[in-house]
Design a protein around this ligand. Structure first.
Ligand code: GAP
Length: 459
């Protein structure tokens, strides 16, 4: 553990890169923005989709015991009575009597306004759920909530999934989707948003096996972040003490990441016991049990819940990937993103915007674009284009030069090391496939490939 070293990047640098390059913008910015809401730009949407795909691959596609679901955001209001959110999903709120700023009382160290030192009101409980209305009449009977977690969409579908898939315990249901919380404390970019995305699994197990499964999901999820590039030094586990456990949890551990704002929760793994199924059974009047063929008994399964934030994962992956290194008289900014997460996998860059290079450049681009998200760019100097691709995290650049017209070869430049190889155009697709899957650059494809050394393009 290297707690003493500082994170490589500040939040300001990340915010600026994300805006400049089209990863993340403040929401409705032309009107001054809306607090704690953000929009993912052209690169951000690819990146976010890649994170969700990587998660889905690992928790659904690579397992036999987890199936997917996509439940609606608006749910019957009784859902939130049963889950405890109507009564209990609240933070203590205080107002400053001088400047009228609002604070979460449990975030404050003393009883004064951190901004102006003014006197604060008595705390009052503030429910974090957004309310809206179904139908044309805005009365109490038509109130619905924007879901504050995706989990409840899974619990209310327990019976449907069980009956339609005939799964045996232990099995899980996974879901990715938007959640909404009217957060009081905001201001750390996409760390805490009012509209955000969650990736949650509710894993149903036989009572008595829950503690074992709790541990195994912690390991599974911890390793997922490392598999996709997060440094082990920037992750740690924090077990909740009994007085901070949520009302439904018997045990909970957070996977924390060393964000630019310090160590904070990236994902929570909770042992939710049989709380939710029992609550929904009582409130709905439906039996939500599992028939155990071996013991010939109906049981209410216990639930292990790994609950991750897409946006927090995005922030962690970006923070961890960000790097700066000297580059002649300048600084090279590189996003060393895992290839599976990088928004653009390869950029095709003719050496210059020369008429003679364009047809081959287009042809090369066409030969790979159906396979990966790629870019074709022939504006500005090649050095500047390399730096741009480094800054947005593109693992490989493919360069077409005048020799390519003669020898039918192109140069592949690796983002992280700036090393280059020259390969025949007809092996470009298989070579990129292998390199994006982790094959070292040293392994050259047959058919006349060779080393070119380092990219020495200056600005
Ligand atoms: N179903 C359990 C649950 O929702 P949580 O700890 O409140 O638990 C789980 O949230 C994860 O969702 C967090 O670890 C975080 O990654 C993400 N998350 C929660 N609130 C968020 C917010 N306001 N903005 C961004 N991500 C958030």
């Amino acid at each position: 553990m290297t707690e003493q070293t500082e994170p490589k990047v500040t939040m300001e640098k990340l915010v600026s890169l994300c805006k400049r390059r089209g990863y993340i913008f403040p929401s409705s910015e032309i009107y001054g923005g809306l607090g704690a809401c953000y929009d993912y730009g052209p690169l951000g949407v690819e990146f976010k989709n890649n994170i969700k795909a990587a998660w889905w691959r690992s928790v659904v596609q690579e397992r036999d015991d987890v199936v997917g679901l996509d439940a609606s955001i608006l749910m019957h209001p009784q859902t939130w009575v049963a889950s405890g959110h109507v009564d209990g999903f609240a933070d203590p709120l205080v107002d400053c009597k001088e400047c009228h700023r609002r604070w979460r009382a449990d975030d404050l160290e003393d009883a004064k306004c951190p901004d102006c030192g003014g006197e604060l009101t008595e705390p009052r409980m503030f429910n974090l759920m957004f309310k809206t209305f179904v139908g044309a009449v805005e009365d109490d009977a038509s109130v619905v909530y924007l879901r504050p977690e995706t989990a409840q969409g899974i619990f209310v579908n327990f019976e449907n999934v069980l009956a339609s898939t005939r799964k045996k315990l232990p099995f899980g249901i996974a879901q990715i989707g938007k959640s909404f919380r009217n957060e009081i404390t905001t201001g750390n970019f996409i760390f805490r948003m009012r509209e955000f995305e969650q990736m949650e699994v509710e894993y149903f197990v036989k009572p008595g096996t829950d503690e074992e499964w709790f541990k195994s999901w912690i390991d599974e999820r911890y390793e997922w972040y490392i598999r996709y590039g997060i440094s082990r030094d920037n992750l740690r586990l924090r077990q909740h003490s009994s007085d901070e456990l949520a009302h439904y949890a018997k045990d909970c551990s957070d996977i924390q990441y060393r964000f630019p704002i310090g160590w904070s929760e990236l994902e929570g793994i909770a042992n939710r016991t049989d709380f939710d199924l029992k609550q929904h059974a009582v409130t709905s009047g439906k039996s939500l049990t599992y028939y155990d063929d071996e013991t010939k008994e109906h049981v209410v399964p216990y639930v292990i819940e790994p609950s991750a934030g897409v946006d927090r994962s995005a922030l962690a992956f970006l923070s961890d990937a960000y790097d700066e290194e000297p580059d002649k008289d300048e600084i090279r900014v590189v996003l060393r993103l895992h290839p599976a997460l990088a928004p653009i996998k390869a950029a095709v860059l003719p050496l210059s915007r020369n008429e003679k290079l364009r047809p081959l450049g287009r042809e090369v681009h066409d030969s790979i674009r159906d396979r990966w998200m790629t870019q074709y760019d022939d504006a500005q100097s090649i050095g500047r284009r390399y730096r741009r691709q480094d800054e947005i995290g593109t693992p490989f650049c493919v360069t077409i030069d005048f020799d390519s017209l003669e020898d039918n070869r192109v140069t592949i430049r690796e983002r992280d090391s700036m090393r280059q190889i020259r390969v025949p155009i007809d092996s470009l697709r298989t070579t990129l496939d292998a390199k994006l899957s982790g094959e070292p650059l040293e392994v050259l494809p047959p058919g006349g490939s060779f080393w070119l050394g380092f990219d020495d393009q200056s600005q």
